[in-house]
Ligand binder design. Structure first.
Ligand SMILES: O=C(O)CCC(=O)C(=O)O
Ligand SMILES: [Fe+2]
Length: 203
């Protein structure tokens, strides 16, 4: 976790620390599988530092009296390597697939795993980050907990660009290198419902 335990709210501190340990273990499995899926050594993504840090965003969406006039959470791709998301039973999360918004129906006990922009960048587009949003709902409140694997809150001078082993004459690098914290800054600068910060790094 990126912050010392005292900085977490006392009401959920122990739970969050325990959950963080579980998510770290799951992240390890996922990054191993994703390394293999890219034809790399199983430890490649871990060795690159993809899981050197993670942090949580805890979302609280109040019930909305006029859900058609607003949105819960605007369209975006996550500015990290990988996100593990826990949503409750209310629903409203949608992913954009072939220009259509598709509902991600809540399923008890299920976690949602999203590829983030930094993973799209290092995989040189072999994996694509997913655009998603959350609709406002008249039922609620809705609560979700997103865990982002990235190091942008930690001091790190590591530059991330397309993984060299994935490049060839037929597959030249598609992106410039970036620091994780610079990538987050671009994401925050552009805001939600806007162009992707990946476009700023495209060669
Ligand atoms: O609340 C959700 O289900 C999604 C939240 C989200 O997309 C995010 O925190 O990046
Ligand atoms: Fe997101």
């Amino acid at each position: 976790m990126a912050f010392p335990p005292e900085e977490y709210p006392a009401a959920c501190r122990d739970m969050l620390i325990e959950y963080s340990e579980h998510v770290q273990r799951l992240g390890q499995i996922l990054f191993t599988l994703l390394s293999e899926a890219l034809g790399l050594n199983p430890a490649h993504l871990t060795d690159m530092g993809c899981m050197d840090g993670h942090f949580f965003l805890c979302h609280y969406y109040p019930a909305c009296p006029e859900p058609n006039r607003t949105i819960g959470h605007g369209k975006h791709c996550d500015p990290d390597f990988l996100t593990i998301l826990l949503q409750d039973h209310i629903g409203g999360l949608q992913v954009l697939h072939e220009d259509q918004w598709i509902d991600v129906h809540p399923q008890e006990g299920a976690l949602i795993v999203n590829i983030g922009d930094l993973f799209q960048l290092i995989s040189n587009d072999k994996f694509k980050s997913v655009e998603h949003r959350v609709l406002a709902k008249s039922e609620g409140p809705r609560i979700s907990l997103a865990c982002f694997f990235t190091t942008h809150f930690q001091p790190s001078n590591k530059l991330y660009g397309p993984i060299k082993e994935l490049l060839s004459a037929d597959s030249p690098p598609l992106y410039k290198e970036t620091l994780t914290k610079d990538y987050l800054n671009s994401f925050c600068y552009l805001g939600l419902d806007n162009d992707s910060p990946l476009d700023l790094l495209r060669l």
